[in-house]
Design a protein around this ligand. Sequence first.
Ligand SMILES: NC(=O)c1ccc[n+]([C@@H]2O[C@H](COP(=O)([O-])OP(=O)(O)OC[C@H]3O[C@@H](n4cnc5c(N)ncnc54)[C@H](O)[C@@H]3O)[C@@H](O)[C@H]2O)c1
Length: 256
Amino acid sequence: MQLDGKIAVITGAGSGIGCAVASAFGQEGARVAVVDIDSARAEHTAEVIRSAGGIALDIAADVSDAMSVERMAGVIHEKLGAVNILVNNAAIQVNKLIEATSPEEWTRQMSVNVGGAFLCSRIFLPNLRQTRGVILNISSVNGFFAEYACAGYCATKGAILAFTKALAIDHGREGIRVHAICPGYINSGLAENYFNAQPDPEKARKEAGKLHALGRIGEPSEVAKAAVFLAGKDASFMTGSALIIDGGFSAGLPPK
Ligand SMILES: NC(=O)c1ccc[n+]([C@@H]2O[C@H](COP(=O)([O-])OP(=O)(O)OC[C@H]3O[C@@H](n4cnc5c(N)ncnc54)[C@H](O)[C@@H]3O)[C@@H](O)[C@H]2O)c1
C-alpha cells in the first residue's frame, strides 16, 4: 500500500475527482478526512471508503471561509492527528463571458478555487512541516490553455499553477513537496454541469471527447491514480511541477 499510515485531507471530496482521490487514498492505506461544503456528499464518500475497509472521517466545511477551515482543521487534528497530505480540490466553475459575470460570481469563484487553497494550505502547513508532507493542488488544463466563456475559471486555475510553484520554493527546504494536476475534461461534476447547460448535452459531451487525442473524456479514477503517485514516495524528487492528465487535449488539434 502506497499511503499506508498517512493522514490525508481532500477538499471537495463529496463528488467527482475528489471522491475518486479520497477512495483511492483509502484503498492505499491512508486515513482520509473527506471535506465538502455539502455534508450529505461528504458522508456518502466516507461511507464508500469505510465499506471498502478503509478509515474515513466526513467533515462539512466551506473552504472559502476562514472560520470554517479552522474548525475543520481542529476536528481533523483531534480525531486523526497530524496531516501528511492535503489535496486542494474543491472548486466551482462559472461558464460565462466576463461581461455577463457578476462581481459576486467572480469573487465567489476566486474565494473557493484560490482562496480555499490558500486557507487550507495555511492552516495545515505547520502539520505538513512536522510530517514532511505533500500538498496536491487540482488545477486544470485551463490554467494554461483557455476555452470559450470561462475566463474567470481559467484565471483561478492559472493562479493555482503559480501558487503551486511558489509554495514549492517556499517550503521545499522543509521537506514539503507541492504538486499540481491539470486534468482535461473528466466525467465528473464540473464537466457535467457544463454539458447540461448546453442546448444538446449529449452532443456537447461527444464533441468534448473529440477534442482529446484519445477521443474521449477521462474518468475520475484516472486522475486519482496520478494523485496516489504524486502523494507517495515514488514522487520523492518531484515538486513545483504540474502533471497534465488530459488524454492529449492540450497537445494540439486531433483529426475530426
Ligand atoms: N471535471 C472536469 O472536467 C475537470 C477538469 C479539470 C479540472 N477539474 C478540477 O477538478 C476539481 C474537481 O472537479 P469535479 O468536476 O470533480 O467537481 P465536482 O463538482 O464533481 O466536485 C466538487 C465538490 O466540491 C464541493 N465544493 C464546492 N464548493 C466548496 C466549498 N466552498 N467548500 C468545500 N467544498 C466545496 C462540491 O460540493 C462538490 O462536492 C476542481 O478543482 C476542478 O477545477 C475538473
